[in-house]
Design a protein around this ligand. Structure first.
Ligand code: SAM
Length: 164
């Protein structure tokens, strides 16, 4: 598969998983967390599909399209390993109904190691019934893996739900 096709499929998988996740948490109260602002593509999409939710965004830098920059009070700027602790203190445990993790860099092993390191804090932020959609595998006993939407190849994206 060409790199173009692979990129397109990744984005299609991302969009399909976000749609499924947003629907699954329709009745779960809580905020949305976006880990990885990047150029703001998925943040912008989350604003569209979760219009009634407060969305908090995490990144070490703001390098997004000017139309996709979160309000300062909704932005946790800094390394995830530090800002997730700040978010826990500020928003509280179980504050999030929906979390999107999109932290991948070109280094697959480093990205997976970072996701493993962040998992306990991410899980602490999830309300019972909350859904996580992630570009990295997220394994924790408190999470039940969710089936992926049709057409999303296993391993391309990951979904799980916090057990009640
Ligand atoms: N979701 C974005 C979009 O749709 O435009 C793309 C996100 S990009 C794949 C990953 C982002 O994660 C980058 O902006 C990078 O700065 C951020 N990132 C990676 N590791 C990080 C860390 N340890 N702390 C904070 N931000 C990090």
């Amino acid at each position: 598969m060409s790199r173009l096709d692979s990129f397109i499929r990744r984005l299609e998988a991302q969009r399909a998983c976000l749609a499924t996740g947003a629907e699954l948490v329709r009745d779960v109260p809580g905020v949305v967390l976006e880990l990885g602002l990047g150029n703001g593509r998925t943040f912008d999409h989350l604003r569209e599909i979760c219009p009634a939710r407060d969305i908090y965004v995490f990144d070490r830098q703001v390098a997004a399209h000017p139309d996709c920059i979160p309000a300062p009070e909704r932005l946790f700027l800094g390394d995830f390993t530090e800002t997730l602790s700040l978010a826990l203190a500020r928003l509280g445990r179980h504050a999030a109904a929906f979390i999107h993790v999109d932290l991948g860099s070109g280094d697959a092993a480093a990205s997976q190691a970072l996701a493993r390191r962040l998992t306990p804090q991410i899980v602490a932020l999830m309300a019972p019934g909350a859904v996580i959609v992630s570009d990295q595998a997220i394994d924790d006993p408190a999470l039940a893996p969710l089936p992926l939407p049709p057409d999303v190849k296993p391993g391309r994206y990951f979904m799980a739900q916090r057990r009640a």
